[in-house]
Write a protein that binds this ligand. Structure first.
Ligand SMILES: Nc1nc2c(ncn2[C@@H]2O[C@H](COP(=O)(O)OP(=O)(O)OP(=O)(O)O)[C@@H](O)[C@H]2O)c(=O)[nH]1
Ligand SMILES: [Mg+2]
Ligand SMILES: [Zn+2]
Length: 345
């Protein structure tokens, strides 16, 4: 920022008058933020284009809320690129010209991030209640190993996960069950939908009501298409499957939180080729496999069991006895090895 601009901003800040309002950040543009006032309970609360108080701009770390799961706090947080992210609750003042100044960012209850370029993590959305993990029944075909990763990431970030099986119109019941039955058996809520035929939309609307959710999943599975059906008038850009994979670009670029008519908010995030997991230890990773949890309740023979070659391992025993899926166990080992390799020595 030029010194002129900074001076102008300070003057603007000093002009701020009246009480601070609490709001939620719906959209982040370059240097400005769209904030919806939350004190106003009307059906269409006012939105303000806000700038950031100069001093906040320098502040790159936040007090994390005590409600944040231990593994999230423990996970090493690389420098954050986003001072204010979509979903942040903020205190802001309103200026006479009806623009605003963000004075304070309230502690983040949850945070969903991905590793971005040059080692800087990119916060996608904060304060989420749940992750809506969207995969397609076909085009692109669902890959159970990738689904595992997304579900594990949700657990690692302390978020509840709902699995949406979109493009249900492209497969029959047998095929649908073959791809998604195992996840329903794990206890996940699996919602078959078709954005094209507009089926399965009501149950999806139901799980979104009154909560803050983000749609995530690979590119081309129909996240934006589903949101367009859920909330007519959004007009999100939808891409052809081929386009996305061939050019390696995502149709969705802007992160934005949309208020839903029935209450609640939902964010669209672009399809991520590879989801980054926070730096979890083996023991923490095992806990992110929801089906492993009952077998972790009693400790393995060795306190620091890696659940791989150790004798007296409860997880291995459960797999051998057919109580745990061998595929899920392999998935666990694969992710564990990958995390260990990427960890700085
Ligand atoms: N047959 C069928 N096609 C669908 C359905 N939903 C979406 N599509 C198509 O799938 C393609 C990708 O849809 P998008 O909504 O752009 O996918 P996205 O998940 O938002 O993709 P990114 O923004 O790149 O992450 C488009 O050609 C849609 O028309 C569906 O339920 N059935
Ligand atoms: Mg999209
Ligand atoms: Zn073990």
């Amino acid at each position: 920022m030029t010194s002129e601009a900074s001076k102008a901003q300070n003057e603007k800040g000093e002009m701020a008058c009246g009480d601070l309002q609490e709001g939620i950040v719906l959209k982040v543009l370059s240097g400005t933020y769209i904030v919806q006032a939350e004190a106003d309970k009307s059906s269409d609360p006012p939105r303000y284009t806000c700038i950031l108080r100069g001093t906040l701009r320098k502040q790159l770390t936040y007090t994390e809320s005590a409600a944040l799961p231990r593994r999230v706090v423990k996970a090493k947080m690389p420098p954050q690129t986003d001072v204010v992210a979509v979903g942040d609750r903020v205190l802001f003042s309103i200026l006479p010209d009806h623009t605003g100044v963000i004075e304070e960012v309230l502690p983040r209850r949850t945070r969903f991030a991905r590793a971005a370029f040059r080692g800087k993590e990119q916060t996608l959305v904060t304060n989420l209640d749940q992750l809506v993990v969207v995969f397609a029944c076909a085009e692109p075909n669902p890959d159970p190993w990738r689904i595992d990763r997304w579900l594990v990431a949700a657990e690692a970030f302390g978020l509840e996960a709902v699995l949406v099986a979109n493009k249900r119109d492209l497969v029959d019941e047998t095929q649908f069950q073959r791809s998604f039955g195992e996840f329903a058996a794990l206890g996940y809520k699996v919602l078959p939908t078709s954005a094209l035929k507009e089926t399965g939309i009501e149950p999806l609307r139901h799980v979104l009501r009154g909560r803050i959710s983000a749609f995530t999943g690979p590119s081309g599975v129909g996240k934006s298409s589903l949101l367009n059906v859920l909330q007519p008038g959004l007009h999100l850009k939808v891409g052809a499957v081929g386009d996305v994979t061939h050019r390696g670009r995502h149709t969705t670029t802007v992160r934005e939180l949309f208020p839903l008519e029935g209450g609640g908010w939902v964010a669209d995030t672009p399809g991520l080729r590879q989801l980054e997991l926070p730096a979890l230890s083996r023991q923490e990773l095992a806990e992110c496999f929801v089906d492993f949890r009952p077998f972790l309740a009693t400790p393995c023979r060795f306190r620091d069991c890696r659940h791989e070659t150790e004798p007296g391992c409860n997880i291995k025993m459960a797999v051998e006895q057919g109580h745990l899926s061998a595929r899920r166990y392999r998935s666990f080992l694969e992710i564990a090895h990958e995390l260990e390799q990427s960890r700085p020595k």
